[in-house]
Design a protein around this ligand. Sequence first.
Ligand code: PMP
Length: 290
Amino acid sequence: MLWLNGQLVKAAEATIDLYSQSMHYGYAVFEGIRSYRTASGDTRIFKATEHYDRLRHSALTLNLPYEYSTDELIEATYELLRVNNLQDAYIRPLVYAPANMTFNTNALSHVSIAAWEMAPFLGDKLLRIMSSSFQRPNPKGFHITAKASGHYVNSILASQEAKAKGYDEALLMDMNGHVAEGTGANVFFEKDGRLYTPPPGHILPGITRATVMEICSELQLPVEEKWFTVEEMKDADAAFFCGTAAEVIGWESLDGTPFKLKWNQSVSAVIQQAYADKVVERISKLEIAL
Ligand code: PMP
C-alpha cells in the first residue's frame, strides 16, 4: 500500500498523469526517511519532524503548493508503516506536479508516500571513492537546500561515472573546486582526532550531518565546518559519508589513496557506532563510558 493525497491505495492501482510537469522537467521534491525497530521493540521514524519540515521547505522553495502539516504527514506515515507491517523501513514522500506542459506555477500538487525495506544505500563495506568530474549544481542556478528531484540527474551521472570506472561511489566538488558532498550523502573527514565537513552553501544540509554534529557534541569530539580540497582529504586519517539512506559509512580510499588509520581505530568508527545506537534509541556504551 502507499499513501496518495490522503488515501491509502494499492501501489499497483496508483497512477500518475504522463503530462505531469514533474515527469518531463524533474519538477518535484521528495524526502528520504528511515524508521527503525527500537531497542524496546517500538517503531520510530528517525527525525520525522526534521524530514517533513524539510519537505515543506523544499516544496515552498520551488513554488509547489503544500497543504499538509508535518504532524499530519508523520501520522500518515506511521499508519502506512502499520498497514504494510514495516518497522525497519525506508520512507519516500514525494510532492509532484499535475499535468502542465508550461512552466507556469500550479494551483495544486500531489503528495505520495511509499515505504519499503531497504539495506544501507551504499552497502556496509568500506567504500572506494572517486572524485567526480561532475560538480554539484551551482547554487545560483538551483535552490540547493531543496531536495528537488531534478537535482538527482547530477547524482545519477556522477554515480554512474564512478561505477563505470570501477569505484563504489563519487565525491563531488562545488563550482569553486572545493569538496561538497556525495551523490546522496554528506561528507566528513578526520585528521588528528578532529572532524571536518564543508559548510552549508553548496550542499544539501543533511539531517544525518546534523545528527553527526550532535553526536560529536555529546561525545565532546571537535568538529569544524570549512572548505577543503580533495588533496587535503587524501591526507586524512579517515573519512565517511553520512545520509539517511546510507547511514554512516566509512571510506577505504579516495582516488586510490588509502586512509591512514584502520577504520576501527578511527574516531569516525566511534561516531558510526553512536549513530547506529541513536537511531534505535539504544543507550550507547560510549555515553555510559563518559
Ligand atoms: N546530500 C544529498 C545530495 C542527498 O541527497 C542527501 C540525502 N537526502 C544528503 C546529502 C544527506 O541528507 P540526509 O542526511 O538528510 O538524508
